[in-house]
Design a protein. Structure first.
Length: 229
């Protein structure tokens, strides 16, 4: 039995609290919906703002890649071992990851081209690719929430679930600024219960840094990227 803060205090402690995944999905839904609009709003030739938005896009693409990579290496094998009767559901999720991974690679290349000169034609092409990525991602998230997470709750152990989420976090660069920005993204639309859970997952020194400087830093960052969109 583990003792930790849950989003739902009535959730069984001996089962993975899959509601935690919905918090991460909420970030992805919001950010990948907004991203093509941010790109489209950059005037042609505005290299300074293009680099800001491109940096934000790179952060989101890296976040999505590490999240999916951890599931590919750790969660899917655990599910296939414990619920072979649901292999088709897991294999569908794996195929969706492959589609998203291909789109991430395509988008990344276009982001790199766009940020160097803020070309209007490249910008518009990037907007189209980002919308494709968003559509594929939302299809996957919808299916994962409807079909995969109930199976995780029943068949995956708490240790396996925690290892997967920890692996995704540890895959991100060990850069304090990136960590605070990611925390800000999670906390931006978090409910009070989700906020308590997420802050409880952070080491005490990180919580202190978030409260002292992180929130203000994140707000400045959001303003610079979104330009009061």
């Amino acid at each position: 039995m583990r003792f930790t803060v849950f989003i739902d205090p009535t959730a069984p402690q001996d089962k993975p609290e899959t509601q935690q995944m919905l918090v991460i999905h909420k970030v992805m839904r919001r950010e990948f919906d907004v991203l093509p609009k941010l790109v489209a709003a950059v005037p042609p030739g505005d290299v300074r703002q293009a680099k800001r938005v491109a940096g934000h896009a790179n952060l989101l693409l890296m976040f999505l890649h590490h999240h999916h990579d951890s599931e590919d290496r750790m969660l899917w094998p655990a599910m296939l071992a414990r619920a072979p009767m649901d292999a088709a559901t897991v294999e569908k999720a794996e195929k969706q990851h492959e589609v998203v991974a291909g789109l991430i690679e395509t988008v990344q290349a276009t982001v790199n081209r766009w940020q160097t000169g803020a070309s209007e034609s490249v910008r518009d092409h990037l907007v189209g690719e980002l919308r494709q990525l968003y559509d594929a991602l939302i299809e996957h998230l919808d299916d994962e929430e409807a079909d995969i997470l109930p199976l995780v709750h029943e068949h995956v152990t708490v240790a396996e679930w925690d290892a997967t989420t920890r692996d995704a976090a540890e895959g991100m660069p060990k850069n304090p600024k990136i960590g605070l920005l990611m925390a800000g993204m999670v906390l931006e639309d978090a409910t009070p219960a989700e906020r308590v859970w997420f802050l409880g997952e952070l080491p005490p020194p990180v919580r202190l840094v978030w409260r002292a400087v992180g929130e203000r830093m994140y707000n400045r960052y959001v303003h610079s990227v979104r330009q009061d969109r």
